[in-house]
Design a protein around this ligand. Structure first.
Ligand code: SF4
Length: 261
């Protein structure tokens, strides 16, 4: 069977922010949306591109790997996953928009080794891909960037209809969900917005194992320059006091909450 091989822009070992324990995170290139705060702009295009490194030297971003090669690479750290309750995380970009033959087969091969798999997703991808990968995935790090569809479209250039449908689908199928709320000061960190999110979760009987509050940061800003693109980001991190108000409210509503990934 011929597999359409995606580009990968990083394979990060010893990652501790992409799900439980110590993990290897595989960053797939290509994303169907454009979050205005994106800190990995080199992940957005599906093709290879040239980016300057920190020393000003041109580097090609994006490499193709055979499934065998990735399996070998992630397997070499199995002892760390076992000791820490970690594993492998598929991230991006948006991994779920890639060929299901590739990503599902990769998940199946890694899972067969007894290694846990998490999928980090923005929810904008074909539902059939979630359905196919579900049997091999231990949890989804699922972004719900804005509960309001118009705001979602204003800040990511795409509405949230598919995001909500896929989230409900995964929950109904029994998938484990770590819901990620990306918080931008004064835009979506107000309590009313969070209350609206909770109402929607409850109305739709969504089962969420944990809510991760992810405050905006600007760590990736310099990458736009290095890619020769204009950076139009003008966001602020929510105040700590506001984060704690949101955290307390969500805990009172019965959710396990963590600030950070
Ligand atoms: S979903 Fe992630 S990779 Fe895609 S544009 Fe948004 S922040 Fe960037």
């Amino acid at each position: 069977m011929k597999l359409k091989t995606p580009y990968i822009f990083n394979i990060q070992k010893f990652s501790v922010h992409d799900g439980p324990g110590i993990r290897t995170t595989i960053f797939f290139k290509g994303c169907p949306i454009r979050c205005l705060w994106c800190h990995n702009p080199e992940s957005q295009k599906y093709t290879q591109e040239v980016m300057l490194n920190k020393d000003g030297v041109e580097e090609v971003v994006g490499q193709q790997y055979t499934i065998d090669k990735i399996v070998k690479k992630v397997q070499s750290d199995q002892i760390f996953y076992d000791q820490s309750g970690g594993g492998v995380t598929f991230s991006g970009g948006e991994v779920m928009t890639h060929s299901s033959e590739y990503i599902v087969e990769l998940a199946r091969r890694i899972k067969r080794l007894g290694i846990s798999i998490m999928v980090d997703t923005c929810g904008v991808a074909p539902q059939e891909n979630y359905e196919k990968i579900l049997p091999y995935v231990d949890g989804f790090l699922y972004d719900l960037k804005f509960i309001d569809s118009q705001l979602h479209e204003r800040y990511t250039l795409r509405d949230n209809v598919q995001v909500k449908e896929n989230l409900k689908f995964i929950s109904d199928k029994g998938g484990k969900i770590y819901l990620r709320l990306i918080l931008l000061k004064g835009i979506n960190d107000q309590l009313e917005t969070i209350e609206e999110t909770v109402s929607w979760l409850k109305e739709n009987k969504l089962i969420v194992s944990e809510i991760n509050l992810l405050p905006y940061h600007d760590f990736g800003k310099d990458k736009y320059d290095r890619l020769g693109r204009e950076c139009t980001q003008n966001f602020e991190k929510p105040d700590d006091a506001q984060l704690h108000i949101v955290e307390e409210y969500l805990e009172k509503e019965g959710y396990n909450v963590k600030i950070g990934g």
